[in-house]
Every structure is written in structure tokens, then in C-alpha cells.
Ligand binder design. Structure first.
Ligand SMILES: [Zn+2]
Length: 143
């Protein structure tokens, strides 16, 4: 029986308020949380308990695809897949991508914007990558 994935119409930035990163002090797992009111970002390390914060710089000019937007720390949940870069902001995001990859049937809903899954890169959507992607995600889930 095929499993069914129904697009929950999540926006591409749905999970970006909480991003797991590599702590700049100890290399452990840290959480970057950002809020719009007040406009503020905080990094908090689970290992060494380092804490830092800053106001959001919404006009930031340059940023990297492999680091978080506010502190430029490497994503914790990342891996390379062939020559592609894979990452998830947090475990909920990883789980959502996993459900999408696992599903044999993918359904769309009416919506007025591109959803998170529609914006996923082609290598994630490709059925031939399914088993290897799921193995990679299972490894990241234990991180
Ligand atoms: Zn740390």
C-alpha cells in the first residue's frame, strides 16, 4: 500500500524560526531562535550553555546557504547528498521532509503560494533517491 502525503501548505520559511546549529564555542548542538516581535535572535548551546543574542538585521546583504541566517553558524542537521547540499532547520522540519520522501502518493491542495515541499530541490523529489535519502535522514535524526 502506498502512503499518502498531503501537502499541509506550509510556507518555505515555516520552520526557520528555530534552527539547530553548530555552537561557535564548543562545536556542540545549539539552537538559534528568532522572533519578529521583538525583532531578536538568540543562540543557546545545549552543551556548553553559551548564550548570545542580537537584534535581527533584516537588511542583511550576504548570507550563506550552509549556515544560519542570523549568526552564520553551520547547520547542525546537514549532509551532502551526491553533489547536493541537504539541511533541515530542526527535527520537525526533518520529519516533514521525511514524510514527503516516504510517501508514494503526493497530493496538492489549493493554495496561493509555493509551499515548502514545492520549493524542495529536485534531488529530494526524485523517487530514485528515496532509499538513500531516508538512510541519510535516519542518521541525522540521531544527531
Ligand atoms: Zn557550546
Amino acid at each position: 500500500m502506498k502512503t499518502r502525503f498531503i501537502d499541509q501548505n506550509l510556507r518555505p520559511n515555516e520552520f526557520s524560526d528555530e534552527t539547530l546549529v553548530v555552537c561557535p564555542k564548543c562545536g556542540g548542538k545549539a539552537m538559534v531562535k528568532s522572533t519578529q516581535v521583538p525583532q531578536f535572535a538568540e543562540l543557546r548551546c545545549y552543551s556548553c550553555h553559551y548564550v548570545t543574542d542580537k537584534p535581527l538585521d533584516l537588511n542583511k546583504k550576504s548570507y550563506s546557504a550552509t549556515t544560519d541566517y542570523w549568526f552564520d553558524c553551520e547547520f547542525w542537521l546537514q549532509d551532502s547528498f551526491k553533489n547536493e547540499f541537504f539541511f533541515a532547520h530542526n527535527y520537525k522540519h526533518l520529519e516533514y521532509i521525511k514524510q514527503y520522501i516516504q510517501a508514494g502518493l503526493r497530493e496538492r491542495n489549493d493554495r496561493a503560494f509555493f509551499t515548502l515541499v514545492e520549493k524542495l530541490p529536485q534531488f529530494i523529489k526524485s523517487a530514485k533517491n528515496r532509499d538513500r535519502l531516508l538512510k541519510m535522514i535516519e542518521k541525522l535524526e540521531k544527531k
